[in-house]
Design a protein around this ligand. Structure first.
Ligand code: DGT
Ligand code: CA
Ligand code: CA
Ligand code: ZN
Length: 599
C-alpha cells in the first residue's frame, strides 16, 4: 500500500472507532472527510507530510489531521489511532461493514451482548440473543442474516460492467408492464461508479401493484426481501452469460430496489435517489439558503408551516424534471457522473462546469488486439465492428514479445503483422486501420522493442503488465521513463490495477501527469470494467493539469467495444472534456498528433 492509501485507512478506521466509542459527530465527520480527500488526491503526500501549510490547502485537511499525517510519516503510526485500537476490538470494524448495520446498532450489540466480531454476531443470531435487543424484530434479524451471507459470497459490491446490463434489462422489462409511464435506474449506477452496492430503479405508473408484482416475479429473482406499497427489494441471481464472463461474481446475486414515485415528482425522486448522498446534502443546504426545502417530492418555497410540504398540499416550485429543479436552485443541470460533492455545484454556479465528453463523441479506438496475439477477431473483423460504430480510426496494437502468455509478437512476426494491417487498411474503405503495438513497459521502464522497430509503427501504446507489486518509487521511475520515450503516444492502463482484485502500481500520480503533459503523452482510461485504469480521481487530476487522455476498450473480442460507456463515464467522473480526449478528435487532428516523434 502506498502512503496515501495507508493514511487514508488510518483515518477511516479512526472515524469508525470514534463513532463506536461515542465521540461527537463533528470529530467523526472530520476523520471520514480527511480519508476521502486523501483517497482523491493524486499527489503522494509523504514528501509533504511536514508541510502543514501545503497539507491544509487540501479541502478537509485541518491542522489536527495535518499533524497526524506528519506523525504517521515520522513514526509509521498515529498515537490516537493506536489508542482507539486498544479500546475497540478489531473484529468490530468488520461488523460495521455488514450492509444495513450502522454504528448505533453495532455499539448496542457490543455494549449489551459483548459482540466483538462477525463470528460473535452469527452466534448471537443462532442463539436467539440478538432478538433481545431493542428494535430487533424477526425481519431485521433475517435481513442481517441475508447481508452476512451476501457479503461472504461477494465481498459486497458488484462491478459496474456486471450491474449495468442487468439494470438495462430490468428497465426494459418494466417498461413493457401495463400502466408504467417512466422507468429508469438511479443510484451509483447512474453516476457511473466503478462498483455498485445495489441497483436502484424508479417507476411512475398508473398501476403500482401491477408494477410491483411484475418486479417481484421477474425471472432471476431468488428472494423477495421487502414488499411494500411503494418500495420492493429483491435479490436477483446474475445470469451466467453476464457474471460467467469473468467468473467470481456470479454466485452472489445482486439486490435490486424498486420504488414507485408520483409522476409529478419524477425529477425530484430521480435526483434524490441518484445521489450521491453528499451531493444531495449540498443541494439541500443551497435550497435552505434560498428559503426553500428540497426533498424527494420536490423543491418547495419555505412557507413556515410544520411538517413535510408535500403532505400539506403545498405546490412545489419545481419537481417534474431534474432540469427544473437545478434551474430553480440557480445552477444548470448537473450530469449524474459528477454528482459526488467534488466542487460540481460551485462550478455550475459560476458557470464553470465543463462540457463533458460523451459516448457519441468517441470516434477512434487506439488499443485493440487481434488473433495475432490474444484477441478473438481478425484485423478486418475488428475494423468492421469499429466502422459500424462510426469510428474513423482503429489502431491494431497486439502484444509485444515479453508478453509470451498473451501471444506477444517477435520482431519478425510484428513486421509481417504490420504488412497485414496495411493490406487490410487498403481493402476496407471508410475507416483508417493503423499499425501499432501494445508494447510492454519492462520493470525498469525500458520498452520491449528497440526504437528502430517502434519507429515503424503508427501508434505506440506502452503498458505495464508484469512486476505490478514493485514499490511506489520504482513504479514512478518506471512509468516516467516510458513517458519520456519520444516514440510513445499512450500509457495503457497505467497502474495495472484490477478492481477489487489487484491493487496494481501506486506511482506518484502527479509526477506521472506532469511528465505526460511535458512529453505530450496521453494517459489511458482503459474502459474494461475490471480495470477502469486511470481511475476517476486520477483523471480529474490529469484534466486539471491539461493532460491528454485516451479512452480505449483494449478490444479482445467484438463485445469489448460495448465497454466504451464505462470508460466515458469514468472520464466524465474526472471532468474530462472533448478537447483533451484524443479519441474524440477529428481524424486529421488525431493523425497529426500521432506523427509526433516521427520525422
Ligand atoms: P451504492 O448502492 O452503495 O453503490 O450507492 P448508492 O449511491 O446507489 O446508494 P444507495 O443505494 O444507498 O442510495 C441511493 C441514493 O439514494 C443515494 O445515492 C442517495 C439517496 N439516499 C439514500 N439514503 C440517503 C440519505 O440518508 N440521505 C440522502 N440525502 N440521500 C440518500
Ligand atoms: Ca445503489
Ligand atoms: Ca439502494
Ligand atoms: Zn491491451
Amino acid at each position: 500500500m502506498g502512503f496515501n492509501a495507508q493514511i487514508a485507512q488510518v483515518f477511516e478506521q479512526m472515524a469508525a472507532m470514534l463513532e463506536l466509542t461515542g465521540a461527537d459527530r463533528f470529530r467523526v465527520n472530520a476523520h471520514s472527510k480527511a480519508a476521502r480527500t486523501i483517497k482523491d488526491t493524486a499527489s503522494d503526500l509523504e514528501p509533504l507530510a511536514d508541510d502543514e501549510k501545503e497539507l491544509t490547502k487540501l479541502d478537509g485537511i485541518g491542522k489536527g489531521t495535518a499533524a497526524k499525517i506528519a506523525e504517521f510519516a515520522r513514526t509509521g503510526k498515529v498515537e490516537e489511532h493506536q489508542e482507539l485500537l486498544g479500546k475497540v476490538p478489531a473484529g468490530l470494524l468488520d461488523v460495521l461493514d455488514v450492509p444495513g448495520l450502522g454504528p448505533k446498532t453495532v455499539k448496542l450489540m457490543w455494549d449489551e451482548l459483548g459482540i466483538e466480531s462477525v463470528a460473535d454476531l452469527k452466534k448471537a443470531i443462532d442463539a436467539g440473543t440478538l432478538a433481545g435487543l431493542p428494535r430487533m424484530g424477526a425481519k431485521t434479524i433475517e435481513n442481517i442474516k441475508q447481508s452476512l451471507e451476501f457479503q461472504e459470497s461477494s465481498g459486497g459490491r458488484l462491478h459496474v460492467g456486471i450491474a449495468r446490463p442487468i439494470a438495462d434489462s430490468i428497465v426494459e422489462r418494466l417498461g413493457e408492464v401495463e400502466g408504467v409511464e417512466r422507468v429508469a435506474f438511479a443510484g451509483s449506477l447512474r453516476r457511473g461508479k466503478e462498483t455498485i452496492g445495489d441497483i436502484d430503479i424508479l417507476v411512475t405508473t398508473s398501476d403500482p401493484d401491477g408494477a410491483m408484482d411484475a418486479f417481484r416475479s421477474m425471472s432471476g429473482v431468488t428472494k423477495v426481501l421487502a414488499a411494500g406499497e411503494t418500495k420492493s427489494s429483491v435479490r436477483l441471481e446474475i445470469p451466467d452469460e453476464i457474471g460467467g464472463r469473468f467468473g467470481g461474481d456470479a454466485g452472489a446475486g445482486v439486490q435490486v430496489d424498486l420504488r414507485v414515485v408520483p409522476s409529478e415528482s419524477w425529477g425530484a425522486a430521480l435526483m434524490y435517489f441518484t445521489g450521491s448522498k453528499e451531493h444531495n446534502v449540498r443541494l439541500r443546504e443551497r435550497a435552505i439558503k434560498r428559503g426553500m426545502t428540497l426533498n424527494e417530492y420536490g423543491l418547495f418555497e419555505d412557507d413556515g408551516g410544520d411538517g413535510p410540504p408535500q403532505k400539506r398540499g403545498v405546490t412545489p416550485a419545481a419537481s417534474e424534471s431534474e432540469e427544473d429543479i437545478y434551474r430553480a436552485l440557480g445552477v444548470g443541470w448537473i450530469p449524474p457522473t459528477v454528482r459526488e460533492d467534488r466542487g460540481e455545484i460551485d462550478a455550475a454556479d459560476a458557470g464553470g462546469l465543463p462540457e463533458l465528453v460523451t459516448l457519441a463523441d468517441i470516434k477512434a479506438e487506439l488499443h485493440s488486439h487481434t488473433t495475432a496475439s490474444d484477441g478473438a477477431m481478425e484485423i478486418l473483423e475488428s475494423a468492421r465492428e469499429a466502422k459500424s460504430r462510426g469510428f474513423h480510426t482503429l489502431a491494431v496494437t497486439d502484444h509485444s514479445k515479453s508478453s509470451a502468455v498473451a501471444g506477444g509478437l517477435s520482431v519478425d512476426r510484428l513486421r509481417e503483422h504490420i504488412a497485414a494491417i496495411r493490406a487490410a487498411d487498403a481493402e476496407l474503405k471508410g475507416i483508417s486501420i493503423l499499425a501499432g503495438s501494445e508494447v510492454d513497459i519492462l520493470g525498469d521502464g525500458t520498452l520491449d522493442y528497440d526504437d528502430e522497430v517502434l519507429a515503424e509503427l503508427d501508434v505506440v501504446v506502452a503498458s505495464p503488465h508484469a512486476a505490478l507489486t514493485q514499490d511506489s518509487k520504482k513504479a514512478t521511475k518506471r512509468l516516467l521513463r516510458a513517458i519520456e520515450h519520444p516514440l510513445v503516444h499512450i500509457i495503457g492502463h497505467p497502474t495495472g490495477r484490477l478492481i477489487e482484485r489487484r491493487r496494481g502500481l501506486e506511482p506518484a500520480m502527479d509526477e506521472i501527469i506532469a511528465a505526460a503533459v511535458e512529453h505530450d503523452v496521453a494517459l489511458e482510461i482503459n474502459a474494461h470494467w475490471m480495470r477502469l485504469d486511470l481511475r476517476d480521481s486520477h483523471v480529474r487530476a490529469a484534466v486539471e493539469a491539461g493532460c491528454k487522455i485516451a479512452i480505449d476498450c483494449d478490444v479482445h473480442g467484438p463485445g469489448d467495444y460495448d465497454n466504451l460507456v464505462f470508460g466515458v463515464e469514468t472520464g466524465q467522473r474526472g471532468w474530462l472534456t472533448k478537447d483533451l480526449c484524443v479519441n474524440a478528435w477529428p481524424k486529421a487532428k488525431l493523425h497529426k498528433w500521432l506523427k509526433k516523434g516521427r520525422g
